[in-house]
Design a protein around this ligand. Sequence first.
Ligand code: SF4
Length: 467
Amino acid sequence: MTQARTLYDRLWDDHLVVERPDEPALVYIDLHLVHEVTSPQAFEGLRRRGLLVRRPNRTVATIDHAIPTHDRSLPIADRVAAGQIEQLKRNCTDFGVPLHGPGSGRQGIVHVIGPELGLTQPGMTVVCGDSHTATHGAFGALAFGIGTSEVEMVLATQCLLQRRSKNQRVEVTGRLRDGVTAKDLILALIARIGVDGGAGTVLEYTGSAVRALDMEARMTVCNMSIEAGARAGMIAPDDTTFQYLHGRPFAPSGRAWDEALERWRTLVTDDGASFDRSVEIDGDAIEPMITFGTNPAQAIAIGGRVPSPTDVPAADREALTKALAYMGIEPARPILGHPVQTVFIGSCTNGRLSDLRAAASVLRGRKVHPGVRTLVVPGSEDVGRAAEAEGLADIFRTAGAEWRAPGCSMCIAMNGDEVRPGETAVSTSNRNFEGRQGRGSRTLLASPLTAAAAAVTGAVADPRTFA
Ligand code: SF4
């Protein structure tokens, strides 16, 4: 009798090329996503060694991190960004890698276009030189970020050296209440287990609250697995997954679809499989969440009080004091009403159509507070087109928000979109480290609903009061 396996163990075994004791294993990679910032040195390495890309048809490139999101007809002023973009175009031509560049109709953030084009499929191994590759785990894929030298290795061999991770189950029971989103779920988890709560493990999200999420919400959850220190996050595929994929440009079709479906339905954790760690969360009890500090675990329910250094274990006191000083946030006070000068709605965490619909539901018929600069940035050209077609873009413009072209934008602040020094931003992105959104920027991570509520009020607000 074969041993009961988790979904992660199953995918690991399926992709194993060689595994020897005390050495990293060699794992086959099904899909390699490439962008302009972490690939130039890797392609240069191939040229130096006289190597080709091993599987160009398993490699897909886009331009997202460095590309400005304002008027695309203008030349790119930043010479470094312009150089990275031109270099990727050249590399893709030279090495035969398909590129979904600006104006192709398919350009966008790498973790948005992979799924929406149907490139990301259940059971795959997916890598990219970006930490938030875990997003693709929402499809029951094993997906993780890699470094530049690893990008070169995968380009050259379609394989990667990896150590096997442990298994951690995250069971979310019940159902999320109205006004509570996938972003709140993942922030609640990270607040509970900490930024190293997932260290050494791959998280498998299970439970009724997870099953009830649509694919875009599942991507939001898996996207931030890395912020809990996990190697990856995944959700076993089900009918929600299959319905999402059906008919997408690179999804199998006809007989190949039926065969794929048969295979995908087997991608589950076996009954009786054991997890090294487990955590259970009551989905009914999750509130809208917001961060107050400089890591994603420093998060509280929107109606809560910011902790005081005396509330936390001695080992955490200094970090909390430093974080609050950087953020300009008073301890032991409610976070509601804290002034906000910038709102960013976008990123690979929350830049999809359902996220824009959520933000528009708050902004419809309302105006952005005069003191708040609000950027709404679709995750891809496809998302942007759909948002234009259903009137969401008009809602944002009429409300006084800036409606931009797709890209990473203010998530990473390397493309001209930055939070100004000393300003506080409510951001739907995934990282709130010091300076992440620009030098001296102060980031409060939250859902699109909460971000839109802050845009209207000019302060942290409970999105449920806008229902
Ligand atoms: S949106 Fe942010 S986290 Fe996502 S791929 Fe771009 S820079 Fe990375």
